[in-house]
Design a protein around this ligand. Structure first.
Ligand SMILES: [Zn+2]
Length: 242
């Protein structure tokens, strides 16, 4: 595209207690994209996710960590996941492993009205018609990560989990964010989403503003993501599988 674009990376090191055990397990990735489409302020897509990422990182400073946490703001998601594809390609090329990636998509829009939720054609599960849940989408290789995120998150916000066969080729709408870059290179990753245009009428429009977001929902999502990251930090089994 004729320019240089940058992912933004920050690392939370393992706590001393965990590091002293002498092992260095693969890092957990927490990610959100920081770009938006032209003409949209991008409150839900994707400032909501950046806010959750920052607050989750702040909270995790106080959690015992057996593994490193890599917090990443990806660029160019809206241009075909160019930032995350570059990142995942480099992971692969340098033979580095990860415990998993929790990829935050739009996470700030919710509604309590019946009929506020629609679904992509071909969705293989029953989905509530009230759009007040957080969807957790994994591919076949991320089934264990999807299940542990569901377990950790559901005390905090209603969860609808979905594990798609393969890399979601039959359900292209499940492949529309940075998690697909990790799937492509064989790394476990889940997308956490309010389902974007299947719920939010302001998607990619000038009306995607903070006034339209549900800040209580955003807070619940932050609790859910913090709990999900915390359990992944403790769970050695997740790392063993990969
Ligand atoms: Zn978008």
């Amino acid at each position: 595209m004729g320019g240089t674009y940058r992912n933004v990376f920050a690392s939370l090191l393992p706590t001393h207690q965990a590091r002293d055990r002498g092992s260095s397990p693969a890092p957990l990735i927490l990610a959100a994209h920081y770009d938006t489409v032209e003409g949209s302020p991008g409150a839900d897509d994707n400032a909501s996710a950046v806010a959750v990422l920052l607050e989750t990182a702040r909270r995790l400073r106080g959690v015992d960590r057996m593994r490193e946490i890599h917090c990443i703001g990806f660029c160019l998601e809206e241009e075909g996941f160019l930032g995350s594809l570059a990142y995942a390609a480099e992971l692969k090329a340098t033979k580095r492993n990860i415990a998993g990636a929790l990829v935050l998509e739009c996470v700030g829009y919710a509604s309590s009205e019946d009929g506020s939720q629609t679904v992509p054609p071909g969705t293989p599960i029953a989905v509530p018609t009230i759009g007040n849940f957080l969807a957790v989408v994994g591919n076949a290789a991320s089934a264990a990560l999807t299940a542990s995120v569901e377990q950790a998150a559901k005390p905090h916000v209603p969860i609808v989990p979905l594990v798609v066969p393969g890399n979601g080729e039959l359900l292209p709408d499940t492949r529309r964010s940075d998690h697909a870059a990790f799937w492509h290179y064989g790394f476990p990753a889940v997308m956490l989403t309010d389902t974007a245009n299947f719920r939010n009428p302001n998607y990619h429009r000038s009306t995607d503003t903070i006034e339209t977001l549900n800040l209580r929902f955003l807070e619940q999502v932050t609790d859910a993501v913090t709990a999900s990251a915390a359990i992944t930090l403790r769970d050695k089994a997740i790392n063993k599988e990969h």
